[in-house]
Every structure is written in structure tokens, then in C-alpha cells.
Ligand binder design. Structure first.
Ligand code: HEC
Length: 465
């Protein structure tokens, strides 16, 4: 494969190499890397120069640039916090390990420290008045870390080179069945502080296995109420996203996640009053301010939004770890039923409908999001469970197009022009199927984000770089 760019002089190639490195690492390159990148650029392989930059041993691409690029996803209004947490670790883990990046939307995946880093001060039996506070899932069984004094709520401080376990738990009435809850970021704080090469020290786990996200009622044979394959939903069911999307409110906020962060648009732009409004909930006034015409605008958002994200109704973040509480459904005192008497003929979430999502936006103007049926599913218009909805969202062309745009902006330091967009979108299609020529770099699989970033270089090398 040859990537054609304007022929560059040696000093221009050096300058391009330097700028590309800084965009992908936020620090200056060393001479050796710079020269190797320059050689690739002079050979018309700026993409290989980008790979060299991403893989540089200081790991700044993974520790600084990627967290910065995706940190806005944690908040509905796009405030950013690059603090290392389960979301940032999972983004970085998927990318550095050449996993499919669309899993960030639907996967049962979480990256956390390899188990050996959490082994310290193990003390299997709590003393009188103590309760087990730290538990780590090591792949097939739970290791209990040092118990702490229940009353002073302190954690054992990990020795250098070690991190506190990801899970915390409370032993209820000395019941050996531990109820896992997960309500802090201690594991990831330790990782950032104690493990300088943390991107290389995190490994993939199942969210269902290691997070304390609780589901009520659940299958608690081992004392743990777990999410299930149908309720797990990629980033949205990671702890650090709960505060942004499931704290108070009516659980409609995930639509902002889809619109802004996954599709690179806004809810306002998706407003389509031509959609049937049979799923608009009972809390939405059909005669707002005494003017039924105003409802047309309300309907434009709520007809699609309420139908799609009905399946999120049981999620709640009121007490830190997110819970999936089926007890919400039909309990009119809970947050999802606030103002539910406003329009009694509207759609009321109930036991018989809360696991089904519908997608009025598959048709009409929002068909332009490019809906496609993901493997294993049979429709983009309706389905069961949180997970199938998230798979359908991830399979849209808009999602890959948005990742291509984000990658373009990082590599080129500017927005793609109107003339460049079709080429950027064509690259998004290749990203979906994979770039076979990157087999030797382990980056040839579908949805490989390193490959997508590398393939943005030809768009802006030359005089516009
Ligand atoms: C641009 C899209 C959009 C339009 C237009 C819109 N809404 Fe909403 N609405 C939302 C979103 C998003 C939320 C969830 C907000 C959150 O939780 O952060 C929401 C939440 C609500 C809620 C629940 C509030 C709560 O948390 O208790 C009600 C009630 C509501 N909208 C009514 C209306 C009415 C009435 C109109 C028309 C006057 C309207 N909406 C127009 C997007 C829209």
C-alpha cells in the first residue's frame, strides 16, 4: 500500500514528523523516533510514522492523549475530566490491545489492573466488629483483601507498586454471602499513582463478573446481584458514567450520550415531529403553555427518545454505584414516574413493556444516521434489552463516521472540510471491516482505532498539515 502525499523535502518531512508526534503524544519526540518517522514519511508511509508515534515507550498517547480525546463522553454536557477511572481505562485497554473499539458502546468489558497488582495484606477472616471491605475477582474466585474497621471507613493503603482491589463490599450481619457494591474510584486512583506504565498493566474483565453494579432482583447464588448479558451496556454501565447519565432525572439522558458523543450531532438536530408519538411518556404535556402547537417540538424529540431509551428505566445512581432496580417499574414513587399524571393517555412504563425498545428514528430524517442490523440481531426498529439497543447504536454509520472525524481532528489539528468529508466517511467504512495491510502491526481487525488514526495522515500531510 502506498499513501500518496505531496512530495516533501527532508526538512519538511522532519517538521511533519515532529508535529504529528506532538499531536499524538502531547510531548516532544526523541531524536531516534523522530528520524524513524521522517524516513516513513519520505517513503510515503505517514501512516507508519503515526503508528511509531502512538507506540512510543513513554506511553503518552495512552496516558494523556486518548483520555483527553474521550473524557467528554463521561458527561451529558461534555465537561471533561481526565481522571483515570473505569471508563478511561476501558477506552485505553481496548485501543492498546487492538480490540474492536465499538465494544465501548455495548461490550461486557472493563479494563482493570492485572490481579497480581492487588495482592497485598491478604487477611481472609474479619476480626470482631470488622467487615470485609475489599474483594477482587481473579478470574474464577473471589479473593478477599484486608478487612477494615467498619466504623472509620478507611481503606488499607497499598504498598508501592500495588493497587487497592476494584471491588468493595459489605458483609451483612456476618453473612458469608457478600453483597458487592462498588462505590469509589480507589482502584484507578492507585493505578494512576502507583503504576507508571498502567496502560500495559491493565487486563480485560467482564463487567458482569467484576463490577459491583447491582441488579434487583438478581441471581444471587454467590451473594452477588449481577448485571446480565441483556442489561450490560458498554460504557453506560461502567461506574464512572452513572453519575452523568443515571443520577436523578427521568433516565432519558443517555440519548445525549448517543447524540453528542456517539453520533457527533445534537438532540436538537434529531428533532423530527413527523414520527408517531405512541411512546411519548405520560409526563410530557401535550398542551404545553396552553398551546398544542408547541407540542410539535416536544414530540420531535420525545417520540424517538422515549421509544428508544425506555429500556434504561430501571437504572439509578442515587447511592453511588449504579443499580438496575426492576422494583422501579410500576412503583409510582420513583424518579421515572415524576409528573406521570400530566397526560394519562401517554405511554406508561410498565412490567409488560420496559424491556422492549422501539426505534422511530430508523425512518424519516434520522434514517440518515445509517442504521444497520448488527450480527445476531434481526431488526433496527425494535428489540429486547439494553444490550441489543447499544449494539444497534454502535452499528450505525454515524458512530464510525464520528470516530473518523475525531481521529481526523486529532491527527490534522483541524476539522475536515466539506470536500474532505466523503473521503473521511469512506475511511470509516474501511475501519468497520478492518485494514488487512496492518496485520503485522496487530491492527488489521474490525473497528481498530489505532489503524483509523494512522489512516488519517494522508488527508492532511502536505501544505495543510
Ligand atoms: C431537543 C430535544 C427536546 C425537546 C424539543 C423537548 N425535550 Fe423534554 N427532554 C429532553 C431530554 C434530553 C430530557 C432529559 C433531560 C435530562 O434528564 O437531562 C427531557 C426531559 C423531559 C421531561 C422530564 C423532566 C424530568 O427530569 O423530570 C419532561 C417532563 C419533558 N422533557 C417534557 C418536554 C416538553 C413538554 C417539551 C416541549 C415543550 C419538551 N420536553 C421538549 C429533550 C427534549
Amino acid at each position: 500500500m502506498t499513501i500518496r502525499v505531496m512530495a516533501l523535502t527532508e526538512s519538511e518531512a522532519l517538521e511533519h514528523a515532529s508535529r504529528l508526534f506532538v499531536r499524538l503524544n502531547a510531548v516532544r519526540p526523541n531524536t531516534q523516533t523522530l528520524n524513524a518517522m521522517k524516513t516513513h514519511i519520505l517513503n510515503n508511509r505517514a501512516d507508519l510514522a503515526a503508528f511509531l508515534a502512538m507506540d512510543e515507550s513513554r506511553l503518552n498517547f495512552y496516558k494523556v492523549v486518548l483520555p483527553d480525546l474521550f473524557s467528554t463522553w463521561k458527561a451529558p454536557e461534555g465537561e471533561s475530566s481526565t481522571t483515570l477511572d473505569d471508563f478511561i481505562a476501558t477506552v485505553v485497554g481496548l485501543v492498546i490491545n487492538n480490540q474492536r473499539f465499538d465494544e465501548i458502546v455495548y461490550g461486557d468489558v472493563i479494563y482493570a489492573a492485572r490481579p497480581s497488582l492487588t495482592e497485598f495484606n491478604l487477611d481472609l477472616m474479619p476480626g470482631a466488629g470488622e467487615s470485609i471491605q475489599s474483594v477482587w475477582y481473579n478470574g474464577n474466585s473471589f479473593i478477599r483483601a484486608r478487612p477494615i474497621d467498619f466504623n472509620n471507613n478507611s481503606y488499607p493503603v497499598p504498598p508501592p507498586g500495588r493497587v487497592r482491589p476494584i471491588l468493595t463490599s459489605t458483609m451483612v450481619n456476618q453473612n458469608p454471602n457478600i453483597r458487592i457494591s462498588w462505590n469509589d474510584n480507589a482502584h484507578y486512583e492507585d493505578l494512576a499513582k502507583n503504576i507508571p506504565d498502567w496502560p500495559l498493566q491493565i487486563v480485560r474483565y467482564s463487567q458482569i463478573q467484576v463490577t459491583g453494579m447491582t441488579q434487583f432482583p438478581g441471581n444471587a447464588t454467590d451473594g452477588i446481584y449481577r448485571l446480565t448479558p441483556s442489561t450490560v451496556g458498554g460504557a453506560l454501565t461502567l461506574r464512572s458514567m452513572g453519575l452523568g447519565y443515571f443520577y436523578q432525572g427521568s433516565n432519558r439522558r443517555p440519548i445525549k450520550f448517543f447524540a453528542q458523543h456517539l453520533w457527533g450531532t445534537t438532540i436538537e438536530a434529531l428533532n423530527d415531529p413527523t414520527r408517531p408519538d405512541n411512546f411519548v411518556r405520560t409526563d410530557v404535556d401535550r398542551n404545553p403553555g396552553g398551546n398544542p402547537a408547541t407540542y410539535e417540538s416536544c414530540r420531535g424529540c420525545h417520540a424517538g427518545m422515549d421509544a428508544l431509551i425506555n429500556v434504561f428505566a430501571p437504572f439509578d445512581f442515587s447511592n453511588s454505584p449504579t443499580s438496575y432496580n426492576v422494583g422501579f417499574i410500576g412503583n409510582y414513587g420513583t424518579k421515572i414516574y415524576r409528573q406521570f399524571r400530566t397526560f394519562p393517555d401517554g405511554f406508561l412504563i410498565s412490567q409488560s413493556n420496559y424491556t422492549t425498545w422501539n426505534n422511530p428514528w430508523a425512518d424519516g430524517q434520522n434514517a440518515s444516521l445509517g442504521w444497520r442490523i448488527p450480527p445476531g440481531l434481526s431488526s433496527v426498529r425494535t428489540g429486547t434489552g439494553v444490550n441489543s439497543l447499544m449494539r444497534v447504536i454502535a452499528a450505525t454509520e454515524a458512530f464510525s463516521n464520528n470516530l473518523a472525524r475525531i481521529s481526523f481532528e486529532q491527527v490534522c489539528g483541524r476539522n475536515p472540510s466539506v470536500q474532505e468529508l466523503p473521503g473521511v466517511h469512506a475511511m470509516a467504512r474501511q475501519f468497520e471491516s478492518g485494514f488487512p495491510s496492518y496485520t503485522a502491526l496487530s491492527a488489521s481487525g474490525p473497528y481498530n482505532l489505532r489503524a483509523l488514526i494512522a489512516r488519517m495522515t494522508p488527508f492532511c500531510f502536505g501544505e495543510n498539515f
